[in-house]
Design a protein around this ligand. Structure first.
Ligand SMILES: Nc1nc2c(c(=O)[nH]1)N[C@H]1C(S)=C(S)[C@@H](COP(=O)(O)O)O[C@H]1N2
Ligand SMILES: [Mo]
Length: 542
């Protein structure tokens, strides 16, 4: 015998709505608990981060190339849609199999607990938001289902009034309203009960979510960041040569303002690292393990350097490159104090959110300005760019050098350790390739006939750019005029005056670095170790 009631197929929308609202209550209460207890363990964020980590690399690349920098909003929207669909499903289930629906919510709570507890630096408290959220969701689901279908409660009783079951029959008894309706339709639907319940649920979810986020935000590191006083550099950067920036409209400025600087990382929500509790551990194949505080770092003699950062995912002509003046402690000095043991060839650095990066020891130790950076363009490091401390190593793509929110450096060997992107199809080592980009005119634009400025940037970090050539319609290569640079670690602006004749034209660019190497025309995709090929644009001249 089955004493579960089977409501008619109508009002499915109501059941789905109940499920969605119960899911929202779960998330809102989860967020509130996180805000009160453990801001890093918000269920949506820990599950989202875990989902990002579990996503196949190919799908992630597809998402980045399809959605660009809006990949995160798209991902969050996707998570919300999936959760809403699951909530709707649980709502439908709750009418017939309430215990299964509650079990479904519990399973979700368990996923949240697992995601929260497997994060680096997780504590037992981190389990609570997911538990609280799942509990609140189950409660809301049961309550709302009862409100919408009071007869479900009533009809579950007649044969066995005292049945101790975990489903909807465990109510205190039929409500007056249900009694009044006892002679009505077998599965009456209480629209008003549903709507008032839904409104209450939405209010609880919204208030919980907002309050939770606010509480978490109050603990944010912004205040701490605002209080950091930057020391003067012991070794200031060489003053920028007067001609480093050609100041051409539409050309990337020599210094990329922090707000325009590209951002690439795996963090769904920016890690909020408190500089007062931050430490950097240096351990592994060293004679004396070191642990530095932020204050320790600021007491060291700091070096300032102009360095152009580049992402390995940058397509030919792409935007993932920027140049800044960094201030930081020399990584080589810190490592020398720890004493690197012979045989070590890799620095495996880890961020506060568990991302890892493998940097060759010899590159960091060869005298270049490899920094534990605390400032960017004269400003305390922005949170998005790694506050309080990040690595900057001239000449290496960001994925093998530029760890943001760095908290740990293990001195090790490439044959013993692997960094985050390596098993995902990217090369263990990533020296930046000699490349160049046309910034203006824009690809596909129309320009007036006559003297036209073609300009862009070229880079070959730590080697330096020696020449840039431009050709039109596959004609002869012409030398572009180069801007000055402070050194080999930055990009270099270039400009070419073109006498544009009416018609459609193709413009190509190629750079030659200081080793004499000229950019290959062979086009290669970003994976596994950086795109190659000549940037090419077409313009209409009128
Ligand atoms: N913690 C952390 N650091 C990171 C990454 C990351 O995903 N997590 N991405 C790296 C990559 S791939 C690049 S290109 C640079 C980008 O630095 P930016 O965001 O400051 O431009 O950061 C590097 N540092
Ligand atoms: Mo990158």
């Amino acid at each position: 015998m089955n004493n579960h009631q089977t409501p008619p197929r109508d009002h499915r929308w109501a059941a789905a709505l109940v499920g969605v609202v119960a899911g929202a209550v779960a998330l809102g209460i989860g967020q509130l608990a996180a805000g009160l207890l453990t801001p890093e363990a918000s269920p949506v964020i820990v599950v989202g981060d875990a989902a990002v980590d579990a996503t196949p690399a190919a799908l992630k690349e597809w998402a980045i190339s399809t959605f660009g920098s809006s990949d995160k909003p798209v991902l969050i929207t996707g998570i919300v849609v999936v959760l809403a669909l699951i909530g709707a499903g649980l709502g439908l289930l709750a009418r017939r199999r309430p215990r299964y629906a509650v079990a479904g919510l519990a399973a979700f709570g368990a996923v949240g607990v697992l995601a929260a507890l497997t994060r680096p630096d997780a504590g037992p408290l981190d389990a609570l938001p997911s538990v609280a959220g799942a509990g609140a969701g189950a409660w809301a689901l049961t309550l709302l289902t009862r409100r919408a279908w009071p007869s479900l409660t009533r009809r579950a009783r007649p044969s066995a009034p005292a049945e101790p079951s975990g489903d909807l029959a465990t109510d205190q008894g039929p409500s007056p309203m249900a009694v009044m309706r006892a002679g009505g339709e077998p599965y009456e639907f209480d629209r008003r009960g549903l709507l008032t319940g839904v409104v209450a649920g939405v209010v609880v979810a919204g208030a919980g979510g907002l309050a939770g986020s606010g509480l978490a935000g109050r603990r944010s590191v912004d205040t701490a960041r605002a209080g950091v006083a930057l020391p003067r550099p012991a070794t200031p950067a060489r003053p920028l040569p007067a001609g480093a920036d050609l100041r051409i409209r539409g050309l990337s400025p020599f210094v990329t303002p922090n707000r325009d600087f590209y951002r690439v990382d795996t963090a769904l929500v920016l890690p909020q690292v408190d500089p007062r509790t931050w430490t950097l551990k240096i351990h592994g194949m060293v004679d004396r393990p070191v642990e530095l505080t932020f204050a320790d770092l600021l007491k060291r003699p700091l070096t300032e350097a102009d360095v152009t950062l580049t992402c390995v995912s940058n397509d030919v002509g792409g935007p993932y490159i920027g140049n800044a003046r960094w201030l930081g402690a020399r990584l080589a000095d810190v490592l020398r104090e720890a004493g690197i043991r012979s045989g070590a060839d890799m620095l495996l650095s880890t961020s506060s959110d568990g991302w890892t990066c493998g940097t060759p020891v010899d590159v960091v130790m060869d005298g270049r300005d490899a920094l534990l950076a605390v400032a960017m363009n004269g400003e305390v490091l922005p949170v998005a760019h790694g506050f309080p401390v990040r690595q900057v190593v001239p000449g290496l793509y960001g994925y093998v050098s530029a760890t943001k929110w760095v908290t740990d450096i293990k001195v090790t060997r490439f044959d013993q350790d692997e960094a985050y992107w390596t098993p995902r199809g990217w090369a263990p080592k990533g020296p930046i390739k000699t490349e160049s980009r046309i910034d203006l005119p824009g690809d596909g634009t129309t320009v007036r006939a006559g003297r036209t400025t073609v300009a862009g940037v070229a880079w070959a970090q730590h080697r330096g750019v020696d020449a840039v050539e431009v050709r039109v319609d596959r004609g002869a290569w012409r030398q572009a005029r180069l801007a000055e640079t402070p050194g080999p670690d930055t990009w270099r602006q270039w400009v070419y005056d073109w006498d544009a004749a009416p018609g459609a034209h193709t413009i190509e660019v190629r750079a030659t670095d200081a080793t004499g190497y000229t950019q290959t025309p062979d086009s290669a995709p970003p994976a596994p170790d950086g795109a190659t090929g000549w940037h090419s644009i077409t313009v209409q001249v009128k």
